[in-house]
Design a protein around this ligand. Structure first.
Ligand SMILES: Nc1nc2c(c(=O)[nH]1)N[C@H]1C(S)=C(S)[C@@H](COP(=O)(O)O)O[C@H]1N2
Ligand SMILES: [Mo]
Length: 324
């Protein structure tokens, strides 16, 4: 596959992915961070393979598929989806599976804080017991114009919001990824505002499509997919789908996200998929299927308009950059 066979700096400028292009500039400037990010330097010796630890949630899979969500294309084979992953904590090419396997995903504590009745912490397996697990087939559209379609297992984010009991002053949910430079070599890249942060408005977070993912292909998610807990918001560009979440903070102000901190003119907060709004450096009109290499037209809201377009009807959105 083109995407994974070349490192960012080997791709001609016209093909370069934005994220890779940004990084290759940075690695020229900076301190070997690119080498570490690209997985050319060894990761921390303390790291432990996830496979050494039996997954206590394995018995929960496979979960029943929710038939409400359907695809207009074949599912991406597991092998393709598992070998083309974006996860900057573990490298800037798409072949991060081995590096990500070193993250310990048990024990794993999830914190709820900010504007909530009572801040609380919960272990991932207790959280899983409290949430209604189901399988959903969703499309996934990266801002770099590739896509896949996969069977996620997880639970609606609405259930998590109810569990967290936010106060009425909460307008946004801010989500944060773990921070551990010893296990995630990419986090030593000092030009990046680690840890990875994402956010949704409360209306988005409680929309039926917003889904928290714990598994894929009928089993617990391998680490490269963002185990043990990641977001899937299929109407938005893939960078909104934050991996390995440790904290949900309920806040009054729109949080500043990781990619906004890097390049806000190119990666905005709302980031809804729209084929008619080009990225400043390339078109978003089409996308490339990671398994077949085939190009297909990109759809408004990635084809999920019936579920989400009304979220943005409010006149307050007028003039805001909803699609970038
Ligand atoms: N913590 C974290 N979450 C992340 C990323 C990342 O680098 N770090 N990459 C994002 C991007 S750009 C995409 S396209 C998706 C990729 O998800 P996948 O590897 O499961 O396809 O994860 C998103 N979530
Ligand atoms: Mo992405």
């Amino acid at each position: 596959m083109l995407i994974k066979s070349k490192r960012g700096w080997e791709i001609p400028e016209r093909d370069a992915t934005p994220e890779a292009a940004y990084l290759s500039r940075r690695s020229l400037l900076g301190a070997g961070a690119g080498l570490i990010g690209a997985g050319l330097l060894p990761a921390g010796a303390l790291a432990q393979r996830a496979a050494d630890v039996p997954d206590p949630s394995a018995g929960l899979y496979p979960a029943k598929r929710n038939p409400r969500y359907t695809l207009d294309r074949p599912l991406t084979p597991e092998k393709d989806a598992s070998t083309v992953n974006n996860y900057y904590e573990f490298g800037t090419n798409y072949d991060v599976g081995k590096a990500a396997a070193k993250l310990k995903v048990r024990p794993w504590t999830v914190t709820f804080d900010g504007l909530v009745e009572q801040p609380r912490q919960v272990g991932i397996d207790d959280l899983l017991k409290a949430m209604p697990l189901e399988e959903r087939v969703y499309r996934h559209r990266c801002v770099e114009a590739w896509s896949m379609a996969v069977p996620w297992t997880g639970f609606p984010m609405k259930a998590l919001v109810e569990y967290a009991r936010p106060l009425s002053g909460a307008k946004y949910v801010r989500m944060e990824t773990f921070l551990d430079r010893a296990v995630a070599p990419g986090q030593s890249g000092r030009f990046y505002p680690w840890p990875y942060v994402e956010g949704l408005s409360m209306a988005e977070a409680t929309n039926e499509l917003a889904f928290l993912v714990t598994g894929i292909y009928g089993k617990p998610a391998p680490n490269q997919f963002g185990a043990p807990l990641r977001l899937a918001t299929p109407w938005k560009y893939g960078f909104k789908s934050i991996k390995a979440i440790v904290k949900f903070s309920f806040v009054a102000e729109q949080p500043k996200t990781f990619w906004e901190g890097i390049q806000s003119s190119e990666y905005g907060f709302w980031a809804n998929v729209n084929p008619q709004v080009p990225h400043p450096r390339w078109s978003q009109a089409t996308e490339k299927d990671i398994a077949t290499g085939e190009r297909r037209p990109t759809l408004l809201y990635n084809g999920y308009g019936e579920f989400v377009s009304s979220l943005y009807d409010d006149p307050a959105f007028k003039g805001q950059k909803l699609f970038m």
